[in-house]
Design a protein around this ligand. Structure first.
Ligand code: MN
Ligand code: MN
Length: 259
């Protein structure tokens, strides 16, 4: 789904590109720990969520119901977007199961733009706290480098300038301290990465994180009480040499290792 995109659409083809790019990751065990997550975890590719483009008003409930079906069977989800809006119905499904969740949000944008009642890929985290889906007091955003109203902002923020100066270990410690014992949902908007590492996305912003920094942060989150995760906003038509898709597949793989 990519009809909630504000600028460049195309993220509906993100899952296909991430799957294709993931094939090369299967050849060798993961660096640096040599872990094969598929020896420990029972993982299945559940396929795509079918959406009726003729009924945009049903998109939220269709994704939410699809996620409910999966979660109710007793398994957990790693979801590929799609534009970032898909995280909103996913959070609804996860909060139903786990209660208010601590959100660990990697992004160039806060996605807390209020804009009244709008539902698009920049307003999910304005609506989610008001619906009790996430606990902002335990939520944190990493990589932000677009303007937001700091006086009203309740999420903790490690903006891109700070993130590029701090060590991955320090960032991970701040994340772990913020989320505490709450169930954690990790949402990774690929535009957290600098456009040099992820050009294929809807709203790229210069001055982002390196893929090296991001992978080190994720590895240092060992022990986090993760209950759900997604990787979103990969838009293959703007990609070059599968750079963005490979980055997304590697981040998704790292999340499985973390699991
Ligand atoms: Mn973004
Ligand atoms: Mn986003």
């Amino acid at each position: 789904y990519d009809a909630a995109t504000s600028f460049r659409p195309g993220a509906r083809f993100g899952p296909k590109a991430i799957r294709e790019a993931s094939v090369q990751l299967a050849e060798l065990l993961a660096f640096p720990d040599g872990i094969d997550p598929f020896k420990t975890l029972a993982v299945t590719d559940y396929g795509d969520c079918e959406l009726d483009y003729g009924f945009h008003g049903n998109i939220v409930s269709e994704i939410e119901n699809h996620a409910d079906t999966i979660l109710d069977s007793g398994v957990e989800m790693l979801t590929f977007g799609g534009d970032h809006f898909v995280t909103y119905p996913l959070l609804r499904a996860h909060a139903k199961k786990h209660g208010p969740i601590a959100l660990v949000h990697f992004d160039a944008h806060t996605d807390t733009y209020s804009n009244g009642s709008r539902y698009d890929h920049g307003t999910m985290f304005y609506h989610a706290p008001m619906e009790g889906l996430i606990d902002v007091e335990h939520s944190i955003q990493i990589g932000i480098r677009t303007d937001f109203d700091q006086s009203k902002h309740e999420f903790a923020v490690i903006d891109a300038m700070a993130a590029n100066d701090l060590s991955a270990q320090t960032i991970a410690e701040q994340i772990l301290a913020r989320v505490g014992e709450l169930p954690v949902y990790v949402t990774f908007d690929i535009d957290c990465l600098d456009p040099a590492f992820a050009p294929g996305t809807g709203t790229p912003v210069c001055g982002g994180l390196t893929s090296d920094k991001v992978l080190k942060i994720l590895r240092a989150l060992k022990g986090v009480n993760m209950v759900g995760m997604d990787v979103v906003e990969v838009s293959p038509s703007y990609d070059q040499s599968e750079l963005t898709a490979i980055a997304a597949a590697t981040i998704a793989s790292e999340l499985l290792h973390l699991w």
